[in-house]
Write a protein that binds this ligand. Structure first.
Ligand code: DQA
Length: 146
């Protein structure tokens, strides 16, 4: 079984991107941590990071058979309507993650157009948020889906 780990624009440079806001963990670190969390269930992690919305949509469409997804949409949280449509058609549970506490930041980050479709949202806990989302998906996805 495959868990889809999807990261949007500007998240490939984690560790070197405003570390005071996003922390020092790299995307590699996050992939490893998520992989370790789900290994007990025998899940593999397919990590895809893209700068453009269209490529993220392809990644979703090509992985409908994944058991669940963790999605950090980056700034697409605010205007990614076609990403939203793609997620609406994604058949398995998915969780939205933001490293930073978006509500403690600029007001344009206060509303995510995606969140209403997510099983849950993890915000402001840095890289740990991805691990918590992975643990939540282990609970949400029935053992039959393992
Ligand atoms: C982010 C928050 C977004 O508002 C921002 O555009 C990002 C990162 C986060 O993980 O905190 O790119 O999704």
């Amino acid at each position: 079984s495959t868990l889809l780990l999807l990261n949007g624009p500007n998240l490939g440079i984690l560790g070197r991107r405003q570390p005071e806001v996003y922390g020092t963990a790299t995307l590699d670190d996050i992939e490893s941590a998520v992989g370790a969390r789900v290994a007990e269930r025998g899940w593999k992690v397919l990590s895809i990071q893209r700068e453009s919305e269209g490529e993220l949509i392809h990644a979703i469409q090509e992985n409908y058979d994944s058991v669940g997804a963790i999605v950090n949409p980056g700034a697409l949280m605010m205007y990614g309507w076609s990403l939203r449509d793609a997620l609406a058609n994604y058949p398995a549970p998915w969780i939205e993650v933001h490293l930073s506490n978006v509500w403690a930041r600029e007001s344009f980050r206060h509303e995510s157009i995606l969140s209403a479709l997510a099983s849950g949202v993890v915000v402001g806990l840095g890289a740990l948020g991805y691990e918590l989302a992975a643990s939540a998906l282990l609970e949400l996805v029935s053992p039959a889906g393992a």
